[in-house]
Structures are given as structure tokens and as C-alpha cells.
Design a protein around this ligand. Structure first.
Ligand code: B12
Length: 210
């Protein structure tokens, strides 16, 4: 089955094979969200698990990450979006000190599919950069902070505090997520929401406005 083959290719970091299989799957009208949810995300999660158990090394992880990037570029034009149904603008970034971006990029895709405009600030985003982005985007109603490293907890906490202090008219919802974040930590630092997956993040964000 092609979905299993894609999962294996992404897991093994075979980006040429992954690219060709994903193109084939799209040509056979397999929905893009199914390819993402049933093949690519589980494959990247499995890579993460293997890394945790010291079963694979960094070049292999980077090869899987490259598969994700190539795959996302192919899927993006095919993902269903709520065309013409603009819900709001979300500012998104991986917090200062952290360069992981695979999960953040998935959050961006899911938010766009759910009807949000996304201002993606990239990785290693400082408190100042988040504040500046909020100032430059007066239509922004959500800030999403991603973090995979527990060493960045302090930076998330400071960023949330600074965003709250600057948000005098209470227009912002702040969401935090990524492997280093838990719902306990999210409520401790005063974030409005935490979710485990990118899909749930977009669902949760919609509930703030609909
Ligand atoms: C891929 C990877 C890398 C790649 C990153 C490539 C890239 N472009 O992102 C590379 C090899 C570069 C890397 C480097 C490092 N890594 Co690394 N990495 C991983 C790995 C294997 C997978 C992460 C991943 O992409 N998962 C798949 C995605 C889809 O999942 P996700 O990011 O969690 O996102 C999902 C959700 O969390 C959620 N989500 C994400 N963001 C947000 C935001 C919001 C607002 C919401 C609501 C939800 C949400 O949605 C996503 C999809 O559902 C993990 C292991 C693991 N088990 O996670 C380690 C891991 C995160 N890395 C780790 C470490 C230590 C490092 C390094 C410090 C290693 C080193 N000694 O140099 C460096 C850090 C460099 C830096 N300053 O950032 C540790 C972190 C430990 C900790 N608790 O702090 C982990 C957990 C591995 C381990 N067990 O030790 N890494």
C-alpha cells in the first residue's frame, strides 16, 4: 500500500523515493491530508522515537526532516482550505534558543487550512521579535510559540509575560506547544491553550473565534 511505502521512505530518509511516492499518491487522488496524517507525521514521530532510543543518528534524522519538507511542498497546494473564510491572523515561531521547525511548519499548514493567515517568524525567535510582529500586524489575534527543548522554558515564560504586558486591549490569545511543553507548563505560564498536535491546535484556535 502506497501510504505504508511513503511512511517507510520518510522514516528511512529516502527523499527521492518519498518525493516520487507522494507525487504518485496525489495523482491517484489520495487526499493530501490523509497522506500527511497517516504517513508522513507518524513516520517523523517514529524517527523521533528511534532517536530517543539511540537507534538512529543525526544525518538520518535530517534526511527524514528533508523528506518532510519536500513532501509538504508537494502537499500544500492540495490541502483543503476554507477559501474565502478568513478567521484571523496567527503569528507563529519557534522560541529563542531552539532551531526545531518540523512541528512548527505543520502548525502553519494546519492553521492555513483552517482559515487563518499565518505570519511565520521562523526559528530562534526572540521575545523582541514576537513583540515587533504583534505591533506590525494589528490584525493578529493569536500568537503560537513552539518549543522542543526544555532548556527554552525560561524564554517561553518571558515571551508570554512580555506579550501579555504589551496586550493592553486583550486582543491576543497565546498558544504554546511542541515536545518540550505540557498542559501544566502552559497553564503555569498563563498561556491560553496547549494542544498535543498541530491539527488540534488549529481546531482549538477556531473555537476562540467561531
Ligand atoms: C528532528 C530532531 C532534530 C533535528 C531538527 C530538524 C528540524 N529542522 O526541525 C536536529 C537534528 C537539527 C536536532 C537538533 C537538536 N536536537 Co533534536 N530532535 C529531533 C527529533 C528527533 C524529532 C523532532 C520532530 O521533528 N518531531 C516531529 C514533529 C512533527 O513533532 P513536534 O515538533 O513535537 O510537533 C508536533 C506537536 O508537538 C505540535 N506542535 C509543535 N509546535 C507547536 C506549537 C503550538 C503552539 C502547538 C499548539 C502545537 C505544536 O504539532 C506538531 C505536529 O502534531 C526529537 C525527538 C522527539 N522524540 O521529538 C529530538 C529532540 C527534540 N532534540 C533534542 C535535542 C537535545 C537536540 C539538540 C540540542 C542536540 C544537540 N546536542 O545538538 C539539537 C538542538 C539544536 C537547537 N538549538 O535547536 C531533544 C530535546 C530534549 C529536551 N527535552 O530538551 C529531543 C527530544 C531528542 C532527545 N530525546 O534527546 N533535532
Amino acid at each position: 500500500m502506497i501510504l505504508e511505502d511513503i511512511r517507510e521512505a520518510v522514516k528511512n530518509g529516502q527523499y527521492k523515493i518519498a518525493e516520487s511516492l507522494i507525487s504518485q499518491a496525489l495523482s491517484s487522488h489520495i487526499p493530501a491530508d490523509k497522506i500527511l496524517e497517516e504517513s508522513m507525521i507518524p513516520a517523523m514521530q517514529a524517527t523521533g522515537e528511534n532517536y530517543k532510543m539511540n537507534e538512529i543518528d543525526i544525518p538520518k534524522i535530517l534526511a527524514s526532516a528533508r523528506c518532510m519538507r519536500i513532501g509538504m511542498d508537494l502537499l500544500l497546494p492540495h490541502l483543503k482550505t476554507d477559501h474565502g473564510f478568513y478567521i484571523g491572523t496567527a503569528i507563529l515561531g519557534t522560541v529563542e534558543g531552539d532551531l526545531h521547525d518540523i512541528g512548527k511548519n505543520l502548525v502553519a499548514v494546519m492553521f492555513r487550512c483552517a482559515g487563518f493567515k499565518v505570519v511565520d517568524l521562523g526559528v530562534n525567535v526572540t521575545e523582541k521579535q514576537f513583540l515587533k510582529a504583534v505591533e506590525q500586524n494589528p490584525d493578529a489575534s493569536i500568537v503560537c510559540i513552539s518549543s522542543l527543548l526544555t532548556t527554552t522554558h525560561k524564554n517561553i515564560r518571558h515571551t508570554v509575560k512580555a506579550l501579555r504586558q504589551s496586550d493592553t486591549d486583550h486582543r491576543l490569545k497565546i498558544m504554546v506547544g511542541g515536545g518540550a511543553v505540557t498542559s501544566e507548563f502552559a497553564s503555569q505560564i498563563g498561556a491560553d491553550a496547549y494542544t498535543e498536535t498541530a491539527m488540534d491546535a488549529a481546531r482549538k484556535a477556531r473555537t476562540f473565534f467561531i
